[in-house]
Ligand binder design. Structure first.
Ligand code: SF4
Length: 77
């Protein structure tokens, strides 16, 4: 009922070629990130991040040792 309509959904993006399969992001936010069975590189399970999950996803991005992930604001006018 109390939906926060001011909240801005943000978007996760993967910077190609960087991921080394460390898996840190998966440990922090396993509903957003998984790892490829073949080479352990990151697989995005969903890319839209509602406000209530942004702290968690930001933490996951910050623990990536090679800065392979980014969160961008996708605010629409
Ligand atoms: S994106 Fe970063 S933290 Fe996630 S698996 Fe790849 S290297 Fe590890």
């Amino acid at each position: 009922m109390s939906e926060n309509s001011n909240a801005t959904t943000e978007q996760i993006s993967i910077i190609p070629g960087r991921c080394i399969g460390a898996g840190n992001c998966v440990e922090v936010a396993d509903s957003y990130f998984d790892q490829n069975d073949d080479d352990a590189t990151v697989v995005l399970l969903r890319d839209d991040v509602p406000a209530e999950d942004q702290d968690t996803v930001r933490r996951a991005i910050n623990v990536c040792p090679v800065a392979a992930l980014a969160l961008t604001n996708s605010a629409r006018a």
